[in-house]
Write a protein that binds this ligand. Structure first.
Ligand SMILES: NC(=O)c1ccc[n+]([C@@H]2O[C@H](COP(=O)([O-])OP(=O)(O)OC[C@H]3O[C@@H](n4cnc5c(N)ncnc54)[C@H](OP(=O)(O)O)[C@@H]3O)[C@@H](O)[C@H]2O)c1
Length: 326
């Protein structure tokens, strides 16, 4: 027996036009696998890197890291999940842009009843990212002032709210006045980095001291400035490349600018074990159910319109998280 699914696939790197919507026959789940029917699919910036070839994947390939759905069938040895369960996942082999999917049960998380599928699908990856960035990579403490770039974006919105709930003063950067208005409720200070000298403004807001940590998912365009915003022995958490990859540099620059720390973390290394995955996801879902983090789905597209979703993400016109509906 097999299931007829439809998947977004691509056979060469390039612009969003390389993405094709194709039928595919899925077999029944192998041992350790489940068959999922997706109800909602998350679009993440990493999907654009994989499509363009910045992060190469073996081709031809599916695309997409994140989705929520319902378990339709389980393979031998799967005891944690049963048909009908609501589940979500973030990470692994690209392929969430699909109506159905086979997926390893060991990498699924249960979705609590209070969390809608849209929120699980659109924000689990970003929520877990905010969790490890703020609570593990650099532990934000009450009273600290932190700088978070692209505050109106998917990770940015969640991270700003979460940092505030940890007792930090949050400085958020954004690329337009409309985005500035959007993030004002959960940023103590908002800087439009298109129209302001944002490094000078961070220095001014911290009375010249600089911040102990910068969370930078923008990459090339902000790297140098982010280092200049740090207090001595501060940490730059460079976690993404929305504006392009950071070019090679000499480590001596970290010494010159104040014995700084630099880390380039990725979610997979923080949720590698089943226990880490379940704990990190549960921590995020708890923040949402308690109302400490509002998971904002900024835009929704039909799965077949994925190319437009990618164009909008790259054009910086999205806010919050982005969903595809199968
Ligand atoms: N390392 C990890 O574990 C991890 C996990 C998840 C995400 N990430 C990274 O986190 C970052 C945010 O991801 P996201 O999916 O939530 O995306 P997003 O923040 O919703 O979108 C990216 C934002 O970056 C800003 N940006 C600045 N320069 C840009 C440029 N040249 N082109 C496009 N955007 C630019 C834009 O906001 P403004 O217009 O306000 O500048 C844009 O909206 C990405 O770099 C992603 O790869 C890393």
């Amino acid at each position: 027996m097999s299931i007829l699914a439809r998947q977004i696939r691509f056979a060469r790197y390039g612009d969003p036009e390389v993405l094709a919507f194709e039928p595919v026959e899925l077999p029944l789940p192998a041992p350790g696998e489940v068959l999922l029917r997706h109800t909602a699919i998350g679009v993440n910036f990493i999907d654009t890197y994989q499509r363009s070839g910045l992060y190469p994947v073996p081709l031809p390939s599916g695309l997409g890291q994140e989705a929520a759905g319902v378990v339709e069938a389980v393979g031998d040895g799967v005891v944690e999940f049963a048909p009908g369960d609501r589940v979500a996942y973030a990470g692994g082999t690209p392929g969430s842009y699909a109506t159905h999917r086979l997926y390893p049960a060991a990498r699924l998380v249960p979705v609590p009843a209070e969390i809608p599928d849209d929120v699980a699908a659109g924000t689990l990856l970003r929520g877990m990212t905010a969790q490890y960035l703020l609570k593990q990579t650099f532990k934000v403490q009450p009273g600290m002032t932190v700088l978070i770039h692209a505050a109106a974006g998917g990770v940015g919105q969640i991270a700003c709210q979460w940092a505030r709930s940890l007792g930090a003063t949050v400085i958020g950067t954004v690329g337009s006045p409309a985005k500035a208005a959007l993030v004002r409720p959960w940023c103590d200070h908002v800087i439009d980095y298109h129209s302001e000298d944002w490094v000078a403004r961070v220095r001014e807001l911290t009375q010249g001291a600089g911040v102990p940590v910068v969370y930078d998912g923008v990459g090339a365009a902000t790297f140098e400035g982010s280092l200049d915003c740090l207090a001595p022995r501060g940490m730059l958490v460079s976690f993404g490349n929305a504006s392009g990859a950071v070019p090679p540099f000499s480590p001596g620059i970290l010494s010159q600018k104040g014995s700084l720390y630099l880390t380039r973390p990725t979610l997979g290394h923080y949720v590698a074990s089943r226990e880490e995955l379940l704990d990190t996801a549960a921590d995020y879902f708890t923040m949402v159910t308690r109302g400490e983090v509002a998971a904002n789905i900024g835009q929704r597209y039909l799965l077949a319109d994925v190319a437009q979703a990618h164009r909008d993400l790259a054009a910086r016109v999205t806010t919050g998280s982005t969903l595809l509906l199968p």
